[in-house]
Design a protein around this ligand. Structure first.
Ligand code: NAD
Ligand code: UPG
Length: 437
């Protein structure tokens, strides 16, 4: 099939590359010329395992190309995926301006009947609204059908998730359009669930809100474990053995970040509010998460009384490992608050430093190694569970820091591992280890 993907970001690029890999002809369109120029020389603008290899393989085999021109991009296509951003506005509502912009160009350039597939996460009712917009502005002799097809990939494992997803959701207004999209996805061999457009849109928000709820729930249990002398690792394992609960998404820590959960939970509260529903549970999930992001600072304040003039090293800046994405990462609010409290902040991340420098405070000292970040530091905050951080030789803390004091926001080490070292170790939902002599 001839497919256009509009928006070559985390979702659009990974989707485009994967659809090319299963044999479709794909052209990715993005208005960001810099991104397109990079892609044309096989460079991925984002860090995502396996992505760069698949880009060059599929371009070389003639199934994948990139352009910033709608005219060139829509020239040959039967199916147009929209995967542009839908960021939060100030009031929490989803900003649909990028989708509206794409929709306004479609009928000018198509050369046949097309199906427009909205992959971006959009509030319930948006597909219908975009369909109206497309019909109103359609000055061609071709028909434009619309299909909702929300995406469930995770950053850091995006390629693997696309090829091994749990389900593909297709919401369509007519069977003909739905069947074309089902056919297109068949080679992935993943269960397909077809439903109404509105249900498909809701499935996406409900899934993200549920996962965010699971995280805030386990974080509250973790806070209780600290006060009651239980161990959150064991509690999560014990809970997860119940198949009704399941053992995933029970990692306690400094809360969820990233470009999706914070944005989509806020949007769902707004969507509920629009129909006069007060989504109390989800509001609490968001509140718990905000508080949880500050929990390492609260622990450090208790330990040192004042953080003024302390040198604090942040290890890990991306919102999760295996990505360079900094959007809504806990590192943003934590570093800002530490600077407000008068601390000196050094920071290290294996891949996200370039992105972090664009967003984080200019007064942070970014380093090229864990060793440089922790040298003469008063304490370390672990914010992301990168493998490099989990494998770091803890005896180097004793060697390089003023005092080897660690606040681990991602439970990278077990109590047994740290007990063998001269260290003071505070983690999430577990007893602290104070072993300085
Ligand atoms: N990032 C994820 O893990 C993920 C997963 C599932 C769903 N989603 C949803 O998918 C959508 C895209 O998210 P993302 O993280 O890929 O965003 P992104 O910011 O990484 O990518 C969006 C891309 O669209 C381009 N763009 C913006 N306006 C354009 C226009 N008018 N024409 C052409 N290109 C345009 C931008 O230059 C950018 O490259 C969002 O709705 C998001 O909620 C994201
Ligand atoms: O047990 C857990 C699992 C995750 N997290 C945090 O939650 C955030 C999100 O993690 P994850 O879900 O793995 O990454 P995303 O790439 O944001 O993916 C989520 O958001 C995407 C965008 O909507 C969806 O497509 C995915 O299905 C959904 O998992 C990160 O900050 C994690 O550190 C925890 O704190 N504890």
């Amino acid at each position: 099939m001839n497919i256009s993907i509009v928006g070559a970001g985390y979702v659009g690029l990974v989707t485009g590359v994967s659809l090319a890999e299963i044999g479709h002809n794909v052209v990715c369109i993005d208005t960001n010329k810099e991104k397109i120029e990079m892609l044309k020389i096989f460079k991925s603008p984002i860090y995502e395992p396996e992505l760069e290899e698949l880009i060059s393989k599929n371009v070389k085999e003639g199934r994948l190309s990139f352009t910033h021109s709608y005219e060139e991009g829509f020239n040959n296509s039967n199916v147009i995926f929209i995967a542009v951003g839908t960021p939060s506005k100030e009031n929490g509502k989803a900003d649909l301006s990028a989708i509206e912009n794409v929709a306004s160009h479609i009928s000018n350039f198509i050369k046949s009947n097309v199906i427009v597939v909205i992959k971006s996460t959009v509030p319930v009712g948006t597909n219908e609204y975009i369909k109206e917009l497309l019909d109103k502005t359609n000055n061609s002799r071709f028909t434009i059908d619309i299909v909702s097809n929300p995406e469930f990939l995770r950053e850091g494992s995006a390629i693997n998730d696309i090829f091994n997803g749990d389900r593909i959701i297709i919401g369509a207004e007519n069977n003909k359009a739905s069947r074309v999209v089902e056919e297109l996805y068949k080679p992935f061999n993943i269960p397909i669930f077809t439903t109404s457009i509105r249900s498909a849109e809701m499935i996406k928000y409900a899934s993200n809100a549920f996962l965010a709820t699971k995280i805030s729930f386990i974080n509250e249990i973790s806070n209780l474990c600290e006060k009651l002398g239980a161990n959150i690792d064991d509690v999560a394992i014990g809970m997860g053995k119940d198949k009704r609960i399941g053992n995933s998404f029970l990692n306690a820590g400094i809360g969820y970040g990233g470009s999706c959960f914070p944005k989509d939970t806020s949007a769902l509260v707004q969507i509920a509010g629009n129909v006069d529903h007060n989504f109390m549970l989800l509001k609490s999930v968001i509140e718990v998460n905000k508080k949880q992001q500050m929990s390492l600072i609260e622990k450090a304040k208790k330990r040192f009384t004042s953080l003024k003039d302390l040198k604090i090293a942040l290890l890990g800046l991306s919102f999760k490992p295996n990505t360079d994405d900094i959007r809504d990462a806990a590192s943003i609010v934590i570093s800002e608050e530490l600077l407000n409290l008068g601390a000196t902040v050094t920071a290290y991340d294996p891949v996200a430093t370039k992105q972090a420098k664009k967003i984080l405070n200019k007064n942070i000292y970014f380093t090229d190694s864990i060793e440089d970040a922790i040298k003469k530091a008063n304490c370390v905050f672990i914010l992301t569970e990168w493998e490099e951080i989990k494998k770091f030789d803890l005896s180097k803390l004793t060697e390089l820091m003023i005092e080897p004091i660690v606040f681990d926001g991602r439970n990278c080490f077990t109590i047994n591992q740290v007990s063998a070292h001269i260290i003071e170790y505070h983690s999430m939902g577990k007893e602290s280890v104070i072993n300085l002599n």
